[in-house]
Design a protein around this ligand. Structure first.
Ligand SMILES: Cc1cc2nc3c(=O)[nH]c(=O)nc-3n(C[C@H](O)[C@H](O)[C@H](O)COP(=O)(O)OP(=O)(O)OC[C@H]3O[C@@H](n4cnc5c(N)ncnc54)[C@H](O)[C@@H]3O)c2cc1C
Length: 141
């Protein structure tokens, strides 16, 4: 173990790994990433790995959109398959209030370029290969 580095990052979860990655992108090469256990053995190990992008604030949404964009080219950049499968997602509404909320989310997402569309129950069912019961579903994004 070295006793000096320009930056010592404590915790090798997705947060620490991301800091190491981005410092390297900025040209830093004297970095140590330490973990009390195995790399990614914290919450990151338990994460299902889903990357939803729409969040409750513009800042968080933009961070998630940045993450998705990063994962798109990470395998090519590093030579490691990071297991990124971009399959999209559906949010279903089964009350008029929820449909109204989804409709607002779709409009809001468009303002920062996140592709999110209000679709009919039939279209959602088709996209999800018939794998949900459409009874009481009023629409989806
Ligand atoms: C069951 C579950 C499912 C989840 N699913 C998703 C999902 O689908 N999508 C999503 O976006 N998020 C998901 N999350 C949330 C996501 O896992 C966390 O937000 C994320 O992993 C946090 O990363 P982190 O780097 O901040 O923390 P961690 O991954 O917990 O990393 C912290 C690291 O620091 C180390 N550490 C702690 N203290 C010290 C110390 N004193 N010295 C040295 N090392 C130390 C730990 O060993 C650990 O490796 C899920 C979480 C859980 C629990």
């Amino acid at each position: 173990m070295r006793d000096h580095a320009r930056a010592v990052i404590i915790g090798g979860g997705v947060g620490g790994a991301s800091i190491a990655y981005h410092l390297t992108l900025l040209g830093w090469n004297d970095i140590v990433l330490v973990d009390r256990d195995q790399l990614t053995s914290g919450s990151t190990f338990h994460s299902a790995g889903l990357v939803g992008q729409l969040r409750s604030s513009v800042t968080l949404t933009k961070m998630m959109m940045y993450g998705a964009e990063l994962y798109r080219h990470l395998a090519e950049e590093t030579g490691h398959d990071v297991g990124w499968h971009e399959v999209g997602s559906l949010r279903l509404a089964s009350t008029p209030e929820r449909l109204e909320e989804l409709s607002r989310q779709a409009g809001w997402a468009k303002t920062f370029g996140l592709p999110l569309d209000l679709i009919s129950t039939d279209e959602a069912l088709e996209r999800f290969h018939g794998l949900f019961d459409p009874a009481d579903v009023l629409g989806a994004v």
